[in-house]
Each structure stands twice: as C-alpha cells, then as structure tokens.
Design a protein around this ligand. Sequence first.
Ligand SMILES: Nc1ncnc2c1ncn2[C@@H]1O[C@H](COP(=O)(O)OP(=O)(O)O)[C@@H](O)[C@H]1O
Ligand SMILES: [Mg+2]
Length: 135
Amino acid sequence: MAPMMTTHREELRQTWPMSSKVVVGIARDLAAHRMGTWGVPQKVIDDVLVVVSEAMTNVFKHVKKGPVKLHLAHQGDAVLAEIWDCSPIAPTLRPIDPDTEGGMGLHIIAGLTENRCGHRWDSGGKTVYGFIPIP
Ligand SMILES: Nc1ncnc2c1ncn2[C@@H]1O[C@H](COP(=O)(O)OP(=O)(O)O)[C@@H](O)[C@H]1O
Ligand SMILES: [Mg+2]
C-alpha cells in the first residue's frame, strides 16, 4: 500500500452570525489561545491579534451586518489571517492625516504584514487577508 500523504497545517476556522465589539474580543481570545497551542512566538501572536482586531473592527464599523468569518493558518514562516464579510465594497487605504482620527487600520495591517496583504472577492463578499511573518 502506498504511504499516505500528510500535510501539516494547523488551522482555525470560526464563523459568527454578526460582527460586534464583543465578537472582536472573543475572536482575539480564541485566536490567541489557538496560536499558543501551535507554538507561535508571543511577538507574532501579538501582531496577528492586531491584524485580526483591525480587520474585524472594520466589519463591525463599515459593514454593520453579519456574518463574519475568521480563518487562521500556521504556515511555518507566517501566520495567514483571513477575515471574510458579506460586503461587496473594497477596503480603501486612506492617506495618513495627522488631523483626522482613524484611517490607520489598513496602514497598520500593511506594516505588520510587510505589505503581504490585500483582499479578494469571495463567496458573495470579500476576504481581507494578510501574512504575518514568523522570524
Ligand atoms: N471590511 C470593509 N468593508 C468595506 N469597507 C471597508 C472595510 N474595511 C475598511 N473599509 C474602508 O476602508 C477605509 C479605511 O479603513 P481603516 O484604515 O481601517 O480606517 P478606519 O476604519 O479608521 O476608517 C474605511 O474608512 C472604510 O471606508
Ligand atoms: Mg479601521
């Protein structure tokens, strides 16, 4: 019998029926706990949690309806974070304006992912994704 092919890839998939401040907090706690079990370094966990928080807060703020989905995958040299929502509107990078509150979330995601981030149209909505490097 041929040996079975196995691929080692640790993943978290979770859907919530709506996005809210509470869901953002729950997602952060769940993600932190799971990445701990995967052995992801604490500094990387912290960065992933910021990316997840910013992207999920954007769903809560700008889409305002659910559901919202979180997918994390531990890929050895990076953690892939994907946040899906049902809106067909693209996230738009705003110019940094020191006199305006907000508008930093996508810049923070771009920084923490070293620009390995973006969005794609997916399942009637879109997925915002980013790869957070593991040094
Ligand atoms: N999930 C999303 N769906 C639709 N529009 C979004 C989404 N995320 C972000 N945006 C748009 O991109 C802009 C920039 O997002 P961000 O940098 O996080 O700033 P902020 O949330 O403070 O406005 C938002 O103002 C919004 O118009
Ligand atoms: Mg934001």
